[in-house]
Design a binder for this molecule. Structure first.
Ligand SMILES: Cc1cc2nc3c(=O)[nH]c(=O)nc-3n(C[C@H](O)[C@H](O)[C@H](O)COP(=O)(O)OP(=O)(O)OC[C@H]3O[C@@H](n4cnc5c(N)ncnc54)[C@H](O)[C@@H]3O)c2cc1C
Length: 386
């Protein structure tokens, strides 16, 4: 069992410590080795195992009663732990949460009943379809449209970079419905994968392989009973969902960084050179000190934001700080680990090489670092200017 000292921090309750320690042991045995060239198959296996293990209930918050019971700290601990063992397992867990989050937060009782138990058992794979080819950071400008015909919405347009695209059983799709200009004219719909008019236009390969696709909607008819929340409220639904999961992206980055740190310590204390070990050099020690400090700063910001959210407080600024610091910091920590490994650090299949590829997109998705900076500054200035 690895040492998980931060579980004693005051942001976390005793049950969180027990949860994380149990997941750590389970993940080592059940998901650490699930890889392979067929990333769709690996992802399906991971979703099924996480469901059978009972862990996905935490991703969907167990929230199919009346109340929202999303435990942000449990989600963060789960992502940190899974990312430590296997990036694809973290992805599988996170996407079940992100893809069903809008339903958990604002779905009707029928929608919750229909989708959430299956997502939590790992029997249905979820996806969140917000980004478009011309609307990523500037997502309020999205153009995929839905017009109403009787008791159906008819979807036309594209979504891209959709995680689980191609293997998902349903997509939560955000479309322009035109009640008002900009963000107030967007609605959210649940689109089952076999709905006529929904096509997988392209499968996208990225440096750390995950199921990913561009979707096309052509006269795609969706019953209005599949709309999440009121007409025109979709952007709010998307932002509320992202508010929960933004902090968890930071937690995943933290998990990657912790793994890189452990790998680096192991290597530095065993690699012989110049009649010493790598760790005997002060240059190495300075680097290790920096890595450890970066990790603890990130962890403090992650669990502050998660704790605040679980207290029912707004976390817009704190989640942005956590995401920016943890993802940028993890990139530095992992890069330092690769450097310590020398040639081995860039050998395909080495843990630090995989981490180097895994971390990169976390600085881009769910709001690139520059977007987080703008959010933090906007909140600061609002506090000053009132
Ligand atoms: C692996 C992966 C998985 C993804 N999964 C999903 C998913 O499941 N669902 C989904 O809807 N989307 C998903 N996305 C999309 C992701 O959210 C977008 O890629 C992201 O929002 C950035 O949008 P973009 O790619 O269009 O880049 P752009 O919007 O073109 O931005 C490019 C760059 O511009 C810079 N930038 C942005 N705004 C500013 C600014 N104001 N000032 C200065 N610089 C700025 C940033 O560095 C940014 O990286 C995923 C992306 C990736 C890479």
């Amino acid at each position: 069992m690895r040492e998980l000292a931060h579980l004693d921090w005051p942001f976390l309750e005793e049950r969180h410590g027990i949860f994380a320690a149990e997941l750590d042991g389970w993940a080592r045995e059940h998901v650490a080795e699930v890889h392979g060239p067929d990333v769709d198959a690996a992802c399906r296996t991971l979703v099924r195992r996480l469901g059978e293990g009972g862990w996905l209930r935490h991703a969907v918050g167990g929230a199919w009663g009346e109340q929202e019971v999303i435990d942000t700290r449990a989600i963060c601990l789960a992502r940190e732990t899974l990312a430590y063992h296997n990036g694809l397992a973290d992805f599988a867990f996170a996407m079940q949460g992100l893809g069903s989050g809008a339903i958990s937060l604002q779905g009707t009782p029928q929608q919750k009943e229909k989708y959430l138990p299956r997502v939590a058992r790992g029997e249905a794979i979820a996806a969140f379809a917000l980004s478009e080819p011309d609307a990523g950071s500037d997502v309020a400008n999205l153009q995929c449209a839905a017009h109403i015909e009787g008791d159906h919405a008819v979807l036309e347009g594209e979504k891209t970079w959709i995680s689980n695209g191609g293997i998902a059983d349903f997509y939560v799709v955000f479309c322009r419905t035109g009640e008002a200009p900009g963000p107030r004219g967007i609605s959210a719909f649940i689109v089952d994968q076999d709905t006529p008019g929904l096509e997988i236009a392209e499968r996208i390969e990225v440096i750390a392989p995950h199921p990913l696709a561009r979707l096309r909607f052509r006269s795609c008819r969706v019953p209005l009973s599949q709309r999440i929340g009121a007409a025109g409220e979709g952007f709010k639904v998307a932002m509320r969902t992202l508010d929960v999961f933004r902090t968890s992206v930071a937690a995943a980055a933290l998990g990657f960084a912790r793994r890189a740190m452990d790998e680096a310590l192991q290597r530095a204390t065993t690699r012989k050179m110049f009649n010493q070990t790598l760790a005997d050099f002060q240059l190495t020690q300075a680097r290790l000190a920096q890595m450890a400090t970066t990790i603890d700063s990130s962890a403090l910001l992650v669990y502050r934001a998660a704790w605040l959210r679980d207290q029912g407080q707004g976390v817009t600024k704190e989640a942005a700080m956590a995401k920016m610091t943890a993802t940028e910091g993890a990139q530095q920590v992992i890069d330092a680990a690769v450097q310590m490994f020398g040639g081995l650090g860039v050998k395909r299949g080495e843990v630090v090489e995989q981490l180097y590829r895994e971390i990169r997109s976390l600085r881009i998705y769910e709001g690139a670092t520059e977007v987080q900076q703008l959010i933090i500054a906007r909140e600061l200035l609002r506090e000053v200017r009132g």
